[in-house]
Design a protein around this ligand. Structure first.
Ligand code: SF4
Length: 208
């Protein structure tokens, strides 16, 4: 993947590689691989576990009920899914929505690592245990959910997976509360850089 290539070109090339990948057994039963989607300069990246039924059919992440809940959560802090990058730890659907195996997450890790390198998000939100484990090995999600940590120069926050919250109503309130706490952080990171302010620049210069 090319040094000096524009980020969106590099991301599209990576997606094409993922779509034809056969590096683990998950390629055997997939219909479509799900590389992830969002702007190449996204300041915020959401990482789920793996594609489910609808994602496997459409080749897009978070398009089922969990995706609708994620969109509601984003809207609750003034964001749309078009403003953030959304992907998964494994890019192909584990049969029957079983948990991905360690050898599958290991085989697929290179793609997630490349996406993080290319996009360089300021904030990463992990959704569920498997994406959390890549950043917080050995942690319990019940202990760390909703708490922002600095890892490798960026903010990483672990959250429950929206699908888990749909199955357990008590978790829904927790996820909504975690998003509310994250809201200002997410909004600030997703906002475009401020336009240069000539008046402020002049004021700054006058201080010297
Ligand atoms: Fe390749 Fe990842 Fe799909 Fe396995 S899950 S076949 S490593 S893209």
């Amino acid at each position: 993947m090319g040094e000096g290539m524009p980020a969106d070109t590099e991301l599209r090339a990576l997606a094409a590689t993922i779509q034809s990948c056969t590096d683990c057994q998950l390629h055997q039963a997939r219909k479509l691989a799900v590389p992830g989607e969002g702007p190449a300069d996204s300041a915020v990246m959401f990482i789920g576990e793996g594609p489910g039924f609808h994602e496997n059919e459409q080749g897009r992440p978070f398009v089922g009920a969990a995706g609708r809940f994620l969109e509601e959560l984003l809207a609750s802090v003034g964001l749309t899914r078009q403003q953030v990058f959304i992907c998964n730890v494994v890019k192909c659907r584990p049969p029957g929505n079983r948990d991905p195996l360690p050898e599958e997450t290991d085989a697929c890790a290179k793609y997630l690592e490349a996406q993080i390198r290319i996009i360089h998000p300021r904030i990463i939100v992990t959704l569920g245990r498997f994406s959390m484990a890549r950043f917080f090995p050995g942690a319990r999600i019940s202990a760390i959910h909703g708490k922002a940590r600095q890892i490798g120069g960026r903010t990483v926050v672990a959250m429950y997976h929206p699908a888990a919250a749909l199955h357990q109503p008590s978790l829904r309130t927790t996820v909504e509360a975690d998003f509310a706490v994250l809201g200002p952080l997410l909004q600030a990171a997703a906002a475009p850089p401020a336009e240069p302010d000539p008046a402020a620049d002049a004021k700054q210069l006058s201080l010297f």
